[in-house]
Ligand binder design. Structure first.
Ligand code: ADP
Ligand code: MG
Length: 249
């Protein structure tokens, strides 16, 4: 079975999508077979890896609503991993699925036929704690929580952990919290480190290493349609994701 990592935090802008793209490419560079899953209707992961959602006939939306097989919408990326792409239609899929009961495991069921083909599946969750995120958590073996180390960053972490505990109780008892990943990290400030220590102590969460440094290169990469590992491979940010990938193996 592949290690299936849900990257989740209901706060936007904490580098969920960046982490899925960069860690995924780093794992692929280490010879791992990697599938990236875009579970955010904003389709930022899809777009940032060079696929224009508007050009897609079929996306994960059609797979979740049935009738289309996941392998028929897969895209193989130049950067290495395969991608299950999203479009804005995913928002309507969430609404439709919300009207039915027992739809927390649709993503899990959808991914099952693909599991033999991959060593890693990384799921990019949307910035909510709604049905799509619950589906991502229900399909995962582990959850990684990116966290920007600033004051108030931890507001909402308790809620996220409550959601994780509900998923563990109801749909996915094996789900483990891999830890928090410090992102947009400015190690020059003692403030960032203090915030991180507080969060680790308050919630008894493991802090993953290395922290991902803040760098303008991350903002440039999506516009080029590749991860930072391709656009700026020698930078500290790319190196940090490479080290994280090696540490996870
Ligand atoms: P989320 O998916 O959690 O909403 P994103 O991955 O889309 O967050 O990142 C939000 C913004 O921050 C994007 O513009 C991204 O390019 C930028 N970003 C991500 N990681 C870093 C970093 N380490 N340093 C600087 N900017 C970053
Ligand atoms: Mg995102």
């Amino acid at each position: 079975m592949p290690r299936t990592l849900a990257v989740a935090n209901q706060k936007g802008g904490v580098a969920k999508t960046t982490t899925v793209a960069s860690l995924g490419v780093a794992l692929a560079d280490l010879g791992q077979r990697v599938l990236l899953v875009d579970l955010d209707p904003q389709a930022c992961l899809t777009f940032s890896l060079g696929i224009d959602p508007e050009d897609l006939d079929k996306s994960i939306h059609h797979v979740l609503l049935g009738g289309v097989k996941a392998r028929d919408v897969l895209v193989t990326l130049d950067d290495g991993p395969d991608l299950l792409p999203a479009t804005i239609e995913l928002a309507t899929a969430e609404v439709q699925l919300s009207r039915e009961s027992g739809t927390e495991q649709v993503v899990r069921t959808t991914l099952r036929p693909l599991s033999a083909a991959y060593d890693w599946i990384l799921i990019d969750c949307p910035p909510t704690l709604g049905l799509l995120t619950v589906n991502g958590l229900s399909a995962a073996s582990e959850v990684l929580i990116p966290l920007q180390c600033e004051t108030l960053a931890h507001r909402g972490v308790g809620q996220l952990l409550d959601t994780i505990h509900d998923v563990q109780r109801l749909t996915n008892p094996g789900l483990q919290v891999l830890g928090v990943l410090p992102t947009l990290y400015d190690g020059r400030t003692t403030h960032a480190r203090a915030v991180l220590d507080t969060i680790a102590d308050t919630y008894s969460l493991r802090v993953l290493s290395p922290a991902i440094p803040k760098s303008i290169r991350f903002a440039e990469a999506p516009a080029i349609g590749h991860s930072i590992l391709t656009t700026a491979p020698k930078t500290a940010g790319a190196q940090a994701y490479r080290e994280l990938a090696a540490a996870l193996l």
